[in-house]
Design a protein around this ligand. Structure first.
Ligand SMILES: C[S@@+](CC[C@H](N)C(=O)[O-])C[C@H]1O[C@@H](n2cnc3c(N)ncnc32)[C@H](O)[C@@H]1O
Length: 459
């Protein structure tokens, strides 16, 4: 059994994401779960070792798709009816595609994964680990060329935007949730010099690329290819990305972590600052729940700094596409004082190789977790009681009070019997879910169960 100390990770930070036990090895003594290392990066998911199998399956799928695409190009290149110019374009594309596949596979294999299909995942919709491929280039390659959009470079602008809202940073133990290819986590780490930085993400390719450049201090080569023609731009280019300059050996206190934001393997109140950048709108979950995750991990007095757009994915239910004002209100309800905020419109993902780019509106803010919780509202005629924060923020305890089960339904009686002043709507919902028919959302039911009673009893 390998000890976690081999991971080179801050001691005493990790906790089993399944049972909450102290973790000192890849094996959890509390629940017998197995975890693993991705080329030295600790990976602690509730799916345990299956997460590695899933990644390996993703690799195999990607390898097959890549091989099919190359085979198709080879077939076209065998044709007699293509002009020399077309042939030249296709050959360039083939070379870039082949290099890209080779580099991605090499990177993942170098981190200890093998390309292997798993019957368990054959019927599942599988994400592609290269979804954020261009973020790696944005983070580590494109700064090599002069920027048409920024005074210096996009990464400088991203760093400055965060520092502009985080006026007196005391990063302490700093955690990045969904750190991606790692550039902002590194730039902030370098400027603020926290005790340490943990850059967590769920994507194995981004994790290994960030770790290779920042921690292992090795160069990385990745090609960039566009399949549509652009006048005055090459089709492709191979970028050689160098490890960032680090005279002070600050990489020693920067750590990658494979983890899911919804089940972070870290202790409650164990970090002094949490940074979320371009994350709120892409997790597919409820921002209110993400705020609870941040609040759970932060120490009282700690800072949450957020930056990014509110471009929620199409699949997210409309009621969860919260506005900036709603998010700030949720943060307030969750025990944060918002200190500074900014709104900016910027060029996003503007590659030197691409005439097209996104124009995005970015919402940034810093918020401090209160050291003392506000007293819970007492039932009565107060305005905040009309929509109590524990009803909106499902992770807050439901205060103990005199509920009268007026409708006399068994489900309502069960929900109300579980209110003990400590349990949240979220927890009560988990406890009653097994008693509900499949497809019925217990959380909604719980809110309805307590709300009519408040309306009549407390209002
Ligand atoms: C739009 S990218 C932003 C990356 C980086 N923060 C940046 O500013 O460039 C979103 C990142 O969130 C990560 N992510 C999405 N859902 C996640 C989850 N449930 N747990 C951990 N990371 C997640 C993705 O893998 C991706 O790296």
């Amino acid at each position: 059994m390998t000890e976690l100390v081999d991971f080179d990770f801050p001691v005493g930070m990790l906790v089993c994401p399944i049972c909450g036990n102290d973790i000192a090895a890849f094996h959890c003594a509390g629940c017998n779960s197995e975890f693993f290392s991705l080329g030295g990066i600790p990976c602690l998911f509730t799916t345990g070792i299956q997460q590695k199998n899933l990644w390996q399956h993703q690799m195999a799928m990607m390898e097959n798709q890549g091989a099919d695409a190359l085979e198709h190009l080879d077939y076209i290149l065998q044709g007699y009816d293509i002009s020399p110019r077309t042939r030249n374009r296709l050959q360039q594309a083939r070379a870039a595609m082949s290099e890209s596949l080779e580099m991605i596979m090499g990177q993942l294999k170098g981190a200890g994964l093998v390309s292997r299909r798993e019957p368990l995942f054959e019927q599942m919709r599988i994400d592609n680990p290269t979804e954020y491929y261009h973020h790696i280039l944005r983070d580590w390659a494109w700064d090599a060329e002069p920027s048409k959009h920024y005074a210096t470079h996009v990464n400088d602008a991203n760093l400055q935007r965060v520092l502009n809202v985080w006026k007196s940073p005391l990063p302490g133990k700093m955690l990045f949730l969904g750190a991606g290819a790692g550039r902002l986590s590194w730039d902030l780490h370098k400027v603020l010099q926290p005790e340490f930085t943990i850059a967590s993400d769920i994507n194995p390719f981004l994790l290994t690329c960030a770790d290779t450049l920042i921690k292992k201090r090795k160069p990385l080569t990745l090609p960039e290819l566009y399949t549509y023609p652009q006048i005055g731009y090459p089709f492709s280019r191979s970028w050689v990305m160098q490890p960032p300059a680090d005279k002070e050996n600050l990489h020693k206190s920067w750590f990658a972590l494979g983890a899911d934001v919804w089940n972070m393997p870290l202790w409650e109140g164990s970090v002094d600052s949490v940074v979320t950048s371009w994350l709120l709108d892409v997790t597919g979950g409820d921002v209110k729940d993400l705020i609870s995750v941040v609040g759970y991990l932060l120490k009282p007095g700690g800072y949450w700094v957020n930056t990014g757009p509110l471009l929620y994915s199409g699949q997210l239910s409309f009621d969860m596409k919260y506005s900036a004002e709603e998010i700030l209100e949720f943060a307030d309800m969750a025990g944060f004082d918002v200190e500074h905020q900014s709104v900016e419109e910027v060029a996003h993902m503007a590659s030197p190789l691409n005439a097209r780019y996104h124009h995005e509106q970015l919402f940034s803010f810093s918020a401090r977790k209160r050291t003392e919780a506000r007293p819970l509202p007492v039932p009565g005629n107060t305005s905040d009681w009309l929509t109590p924060s524990w009803l909106v923020m499902h992770h807050q305890p439901v205060p103990e009070m005199q509920f009268h089960c007026q409708m006399g339904h068994e489900f309502i009686a069960r929900v109300l019997s579980l209110v003990d002043g400590r349990r949240s709507v979220y927890l009560i919902a988990q406890l009653v879910q097994p008693y509900l028919p499949e497809g019925v959302d217990a959380k909604r039911g719980c809110c309805r169960a307590v709300w009519p009673d408040i309306g009549t009893d407390g209002g």
